[in-house]
Design a protein around this ligand. Sequence first.
Ligand code: N7H
Length: 510
Amino acid sequence: MKLCANFISTVVFFASVSSTLGSPYDSASTSSSGRDAVEPRRASSILINPAAQPDLPTVQAATAAASTVGLNLSDIQGDVLIGMKKKLELFYFFSIQNATAFKSKLKSDILPLVTTTTQLLAVSTQPITAVNIAFSQTGLTALGITDSLGDSVFSGGQFKDLTNLGDPGSTNWVPQFKGTGIHGVFLFASDTQDKINNTVSSLQSALGSSIKNVYSLQAAARPGAEAGHEHFGYLDGISNPAVTGFTANPMPGQAIVATGTILVNETGDSVKRPAWTKDGSFLVFRQLKQLVPEFNKFLTDHAIVEKGLTAQQGSDLLGARMIGRWKSGAPVDLAPLFDDPALGANPLKNNNFTFQHPDAILATNQTRCPFSAHIRKTRPRADLGIIPEDLANQIIRAGIPYGPEVSAAEAASNTTSTERGLAFVAYQSNIGKGFQFLQKTWADNAGFVHPEVGVDPIIGALAGAQRVVSGLDPTNSTKTLTLTTDFVVSRGGEYFFSPSLSAIASKLSV
Ligand code: N7H
C-alpha cells in the first residue's frame, strides 16, 4: 500500500508539474528540470554496478559532455544510453485498442512517467519505477503516423525479417511475436517486484481499455555475485560503446561512436528522417532462450586437451574461447589459457586489446582468440584491417537475463526444463547497420572474418542446419567442432522505435 501511495504521489507530482509548466515537452529544447529536481524517493539504485563494466557518467559529467554536441539528455529515454544495468525489468507488450483514448492518456498519464537519461544517473533523481515506452511500425500506424522513419527493417517488423536472422522458421517463436500485432512495449525497471507491479497496475487502471496487454516478460539481474553475468555464467555489458555527448571518460579500448550511431537525426546518422524522430533510437527486442545445462554438458564433453590443463580447465577454456572472454570478463586475447579475475574486473584493462600482436600473424593466428568467438564475430576490431576501426555497426546492448537459476535436477540431467535466457535489447540509429547486420552478416556468416571460420558458436544460426566451427582448439586451429545443438534459441521479438520525450508530446500524443 505504501509503495502504491508513493507511486500515486509520484503521478500526482508529475501531473502537477506538467500542468503548472503548461507543456514542458513541446519543443526540442525540452527541460526536465521539474523531473530532475524532485525530492529523493529512493535510497538504493535501480541499477546494478559490476566493477568490470564502465561506470556511468555522473550527471555533471554527462551534462558537460552533452553540451559539447548540443545534446539534451533530458529529452532521451533513460534506457537508450545506459546499457545492461537494470536490477529488475518487466517488458510489457501491448496493442492499442482505442487510439484516441490512448493518445490522450499518453500525454496526461504516460509522458509524465517516462524516465529520462538524466534522471537515471543519480539515485536521488531515480523514480520508484523507471518507465520507458517504444512503438512498433504498426503501433505508429495505429497512432496515425504516416511518416516513414527511413528504416525498412523496422517498418517490415521482426516477424518478416526472421529468415534474415537465421531463425529456423517461427516454430520456436512466442505466438504473440508472430505477425505484427504488437504495437508497443513498456519497459518498467526497479529494484523490487512489488514496485514494478504497483506501477503496472496503476498505469493499467489509468489506461483502461485503450490498450490490451498482449504478452509480458519479467527479467532480472542474476542473484548475488552473478549480477551482471548472463545465464551461461559470463560477465556481460563490458564492451558497450562510449557515445559522444554522453560518455565522459571512455575506457581504454572502448569504441567511441558518433552520437548518430545510436540516436536518430544526430551527427553520424546520414539517413533522411522526419524532424520529430531526433534523439529517438530503434529498439530491437529478442527473447533468446539459453540451454544452459546442455551448453555445460557440451563443454564437458569437448574439453580442450592441452598439456598442463585439468579436464575442468580444458572445459572452461573451450567455453571462454567460444565467447572470447572468461566468466570474469577477462578477454582470452589477453588471458589465453586461464581466467584472470583481476583483469576481468578492471575496466581500464579488460577491453584494451585488438586481436593484433607483434609476435603473431593477424590473418591466421588463433592461439589467443578464435576468429569465430562471439566477441570477435560481433566486433572484429583489427581484423578488418581498417585503422581507425570502422564503428558503423556498433549498438548499445541493454538486455537483461530472464528465467530462474538452473535447478539441481536440470544440472544433473543436463536438460533444460524451465525456460531461461536473455531478454536481448539493442539500441541503434539503423537496424540494418546495427543488430541485423551483426546477426546476419557477421555472426551467421561461416565465411566471416575469413573463409571456413564457421558461425558464431553462441548466437550464429543457420535456420536449424548443423553448425560447424573451427579454431576453437588452440593446439590445432584447423580442427572443426560440430555444435550438437543451438545453445541459444530465438523465441522471436519485435522492432520498436523509442521516441524522445518531446516527440511523444508534440507528435505521438496529438
Ligand atoms: Fe553478445 N554471452 O554470454 O555469450 N555477448 N550475447 N550478442 N555481444 C557479449 O563484451 C551473449 C547477442 C554482442 O565489443 C559478451 O560486453 C549471449 C546478440 C556484441 O567486443 C558476452 C547472447 C548480439 C558484444 C555475450 C548474446 C550480440 C557482445 C561479452 C544471447 C547481436 C560486444 C561481454 C543469449 C546481434 C563485443 C561484453 C565487443 C558481447 C553473450 C546475444 C552482440 C558474455 C549469451 C543477439 C556487439
